[in-house]
Every structure is written in C-alpha cells, then in structure tokens.
Write a protein that binds this ligand. Structure first.
Ligand code: PRP
Ligand code: URA
Length: 209
C-alpha cells in the first residue's frame, strides 16, 4: 500500500499558510509555490541510493558518494503542476520534464486528458508527478495511469494540499505510488474544492479567473 508522507517541516508549513491566504497575490503565490516545491523535493529524495566513487581531493585520493539510482523524470499535471517544476529542478537540474494535460470537467469532476508528452526512456526513470492539488484524486489517478500505460513503473506523487477523499482514491488506484503532501486538509466542498484549501491553484498561479 502507498506510504503517505505529510511533510511537517516548519518552513513548509509557514510558507503554505501564505499560499493559502487569499490576500497573497499572483507574484508572491508563484514564488512561494516554487520555494515549497524545492523544500518538498529535498524530503522526497531522502531515499535516493548512493554509491562510492574514487576521487582525488587537492590532498589525497579518497572514496566519496554520488547518486547511484535511476535518472529522474518530473511530470507536472497541467496547468497548475507547472508551478512546481522549477522548484524541483533547482535541486535536480538534469531531470527531464514530461507533461500531462488534464482538466477537471466542472460538472462531472472527471478528468479529461488533452496532452501527454514524456521523455522517451520512460522505463529507465524514477518519476515525480506534481500537482498542487489532490482533491477528488481523479486527475492524479488518471495522470499516473497515463504514465504507467507508457512504461513507467517507479512513480511518486507530490502535492501541496490534499483532501482525504483524494488520498484514499489515489492509494486505492495506485498502491505502489508513495504520496507526499504539505497540508492534509479536512474535506471537499460540494463543488469538489478542498476545504480549507487554497482556492483554484491554476487561477492563482497564472492570474486567470
Ligand atoms: C486542478 C488541480 C488538479 C485538479 C485536482 O486542476 O490542479 O489537477 O484540479 O482535482 P481532482 O483531484 O478532483 O482531479 P484543474 O482541473 O482546475 O485544471 P487547471 O490546472 O487546468 O486549472
Ligand atoms: N482544484 C483546485 O485548483 N483547487 C481545489 O480546491 C480543488 C481542485
């Protein structure tokens, strides 16, 4: 079954409060999402395997550690996931970035896929799927399904805010996928918005309404 990690780091919690606040404007919202993505990426990569290599310091030959695992792929769910990509790339600049375009039909709340573009060595990468919001879970479930259908089998999911309903749906659909959350919220409202949440992540990031 999926492991669910709520990342309670004080810096993340502090910044998330400002992200939630409706008084926070687009510029600051974008900057904060970027910063939280970097901090979360630090936590999500804790289990990356290392190997020893031999190097020479200015004084002696020595063994030292470098990353040993598979290469990384970052996959934002469009639109709002885009806001988290640069923050992760700050720590892993060589990662490749795929894109999965989904929008939630406002009536049915079901995800509608409109775009998929991934690196061509999908099966050789560890993927981090990112989206600020895990609400009903439909978008994350569908995006991860699209990724697996194309050969990915090592996937983590990272979001800022999640509703319990979305966590349950994602765990049931993809028990092999670990979930990383900055804020686990109370519930969904009648329109599928997370409460207390942060509003519409895409609109707040890109200044649309
Ligand atoms: C938002 C959000 C997620 C989805 C979460 O995107 O960024 O992708 O809703 O909801 P779910 O868990 O119920 O599927 P939205 O559909 O508003 O599209 P947008 O990013 O293009 O604005
Ligand atoms: N999508 C959002 O952007 N916000 C929510 O609260 C739920 C889905």
């Amino acid at each position: 079954m999926s492991n669910v990690h709520v990342i309670n780091h004080p810096l993340i919690q502090h910044k998330l409060t400002y992200i939630r606040n409706k008084e926070t404007g687009t510029k600051e919202f974008r900057e904060l999402v970027d910063e939280v993505a970097t901090l979360m990426a630090y936590e999500i990569t804790r289990d990356m395997p290392l190997k020893d290599i031999e190097i020479e310091t200015p004084l002696v030959k020595t063994k030292a550690k470098v990353l040993a695992g598979k290469k990384i792929g970052i996959v934002p769910i469009l639109r709002a996931g885009i806001g988290m990509v640069e923050g992760i790339l700050n720590l892993m600049p060589a990662a490749k970035v795929g894109h999965i375009g989904l929008y939630r039909d406002p009536k049915t709340l079901k995800p509608v896929e409109y775009y998929v573009k991934l690196p061509n060595d999908v099966s050789e990468r560890n993927f981090i799927v990112v989206d600020p919001m895990l609400a009903t879970g439909g978008s994350a479930v569908e995006a991860i399904h699209a990724l697996k259908k194309r050969g990915a089998f090592s996937i983590k999911f990272m979001c800022l805010v999640a509703a319990p309903e979305g966590v349950t749906a994602l765990k049931e659909a993809h028990p092999d996928v670990d979930i990383y959350i900055a804020g686990l919220d109370e519930k969904l409202d009648d329109h599928g918005y997370i409460l207390p949440g942060l509003g519409d992540a895409g609109d707040r990031l890109f200044g649309t309404k």
